[in-house]
Design a protein around this ligand. Structure first.
Ligand SMILES: [Zn+2]
Length: 135
């Protein structure tokens, strides 16, 4: 992969449904049919009880910043035009925590506990990345 190209997720058997939903601007999580726990990232086996039975649930996509950092130095040239940007851990009411970006605001204004809502950034013909904006 060229360093000039932003890395893009490659859907696999476990994540294909997740990425197809994101393309439709829907944030979905797997919920275990045995223990009821939600999980992220997508995988075939529940990390809590090892069950392979699950269903997909659409999230409202409203959460809160658990933690964050502001990236000032691009990790590769592909990110040069994005700095400074916010890399954050977002807690969602389903009980999952996901790494994403907080966009649409001054990076200096982001705070722990800040309410955010999901948005989707189209990064290729197939992939839309879930990102979050301040509510
Ligand atoms: Zn389970």
């Amino acid at each position: 992969m060229s360093e000039q190209t932003r890395p893009v997720p490659k859907p696999d058997r476990d994540s294909a449904y997740y990425w197809a939903a994101a393309r439709r601007r829907e944030l979905v999580f797997q919920q275990c049919n045995e223990c009821g726990q939600f999980r992220f990232y997508p995988r075939s086996v529940c990390p809590f009880c090892l069950s392979e039975k699950f269903e997909w649930h659409k999230s409202l996509g409203r959460g809160a910043v658990y933690s964050f950092t502001v990236i000032h130095r691009a990790p590769t040239p592909a990110f040069r035009d994005r700095v400074p940007y916010v890399l954050a851990l977002i807690d969602l009411p389903e009980g999952v925590r996901m790494m994403s970006n907080v966009i649409g605001c001054d990076p200096g204004s982001v705070q722990i506990g800040m309410p955010v809502t999901v948005d989707f950034e189209e990064v290729s013909d197939e992939i839309s990345l879930p990102v979050f904006r301040p509510e």
